[in-house]
Design a protein around this ligand. Sequence first.
Ligand code: BG6
Length: 512
Amino acid sequence: MADSQRHPFLHGLSKHRGAPPTVVVIFGASGDLTARKLIPAVYNLGADSLLPTDFHLVGYGRKEIPDEEFRKLAADAIKEFSRREPDEKVWDRIASNTTYVAGGYDDPAAYQRLARHIDEIEKRVGRDVQALFYISTPPSVFAPILRNLGAAGLAGKHLGAPHHAKVIIEKPFGRDLESALALNGTIRSVFEEHQVYRIDHYLGKETVQDLLVQRFANAIFEPLWNRNYIDSVQITVAEEVGVGTRGGYYEQSGCLRDMIQNHTMQLLALTAMEPPVSLDAEAIRDEKVKLLKAIQPLNLGGNGDVARAQYSEGMIGGKAVPGYLSEEGIAPGSKTETFAALRLSINNWRWQGVPFYLRSGKRMARRVSEIAINFKRPPGTLFAEGEKFNLANNTLAFQIQPDEGLGMILNAKVPGLETRTQPVKMNFRYATTFGSNTPEAYERLVLDAMIGDGTLFIRGDEAETSWKLCTPILQAWVEAGREGMDSYPAGSWGPASSEALLTKHNHFWRQP
Ligand code: BG6
């Protein structure tokens, strides 16, 4: 059976979307993300015959690692983290073109070595090879890497640069508006925007892409997708995990920077944006930016539009876990939030008066990400809520993960000789309909970047617009110190202040 018959979403990945000869250079080659996500993504693209024939992988990092050892590290990473059992034939093909270059991130001579290495690969291939630089390092070295790529003529924009070049950058894209503007300034001094692929891995998730299909490939939603029929929207990105060993990073970040400014804002933009004129990357990103610009500044006062909290000790999966302040690497009296919730208003024709509630947190009751569209009630002339008529608002819930799918709450008649009603669920589940071996977000994203499709990446102005909204919140929190920092037991759905954010507007968080 053809791939595209087995799995309709493989249409977008069909073989004619071939990438040209490519060398992928990973900066931060011995890092966690490289092992967990990038190498397995490359491997699975190989297993699906989606890598170009002339594909080369180059690891770049400070450590001296012989090629052979880097290949071994990569093979181990595939064994441990790939969604498929490794097939030696597939890996051998990739491994034969996998090498390593050791060098400092701030060492111009090392970038000259890298340039010569890429030249040699190109000579062997015998035709033009594009270079895709994947920056998967701590943000402190983003700027030196970008500048050195430019100085070594590797960015492709400079006179005499032989390669077509692209750059993929992992978040964070700054830590507030000012640093985001500075980072974008550095990027633009070296690369053109069309060469830049800012990753938000949520955009690579199947169900996030499905949001566009559901909204714009079905006739039934669009007429209802506005303030006349929609009462409110809730976006939840909840994690069971705590900060684990990432305390050092997390203390500098916190939930607003780590999850809200990027992942949940992207989900919001795709949910609420106007229909784009085409599926072209710029058309979609233009609409997302327009939507983000229409979000009103928040009320940051005591009883306003935001809540923040830290988890205290509690139970996860039947096991006692410590509170945030007792985790490794966390400062005593830390002011870093592990949970944040916002109430947003979008000031445009479509959404005037419809609240959008966003929440995200670590150590919550369950790992679940969903977007729930709550519809208004019909007039209660025939069925008014009461003893006989148990009624709920119609809700359309996009379950991003786990158990990917789409659910709808309708009101139905309970079987019997009198008319009683009860809310019922109608469900579509990816695993049931399509089978469960769907590609990982990074597979789609690495392939799209190789092909040159920026649709699922964040454009510079998107990142800036989102920071414009989030930076005043961060500033208000810095000024307030620990005042207003709520807490929630690990394993719960968040703090009381997050509930209050909704109840004062007669809304309630849905139990996803
Ligand atoms: C990352 C955050 O961007 O997303 C992590 O830095 C978080 O803190 C992760 O755990 C969640 O991603 P996913 O795909 O597991 O929902």
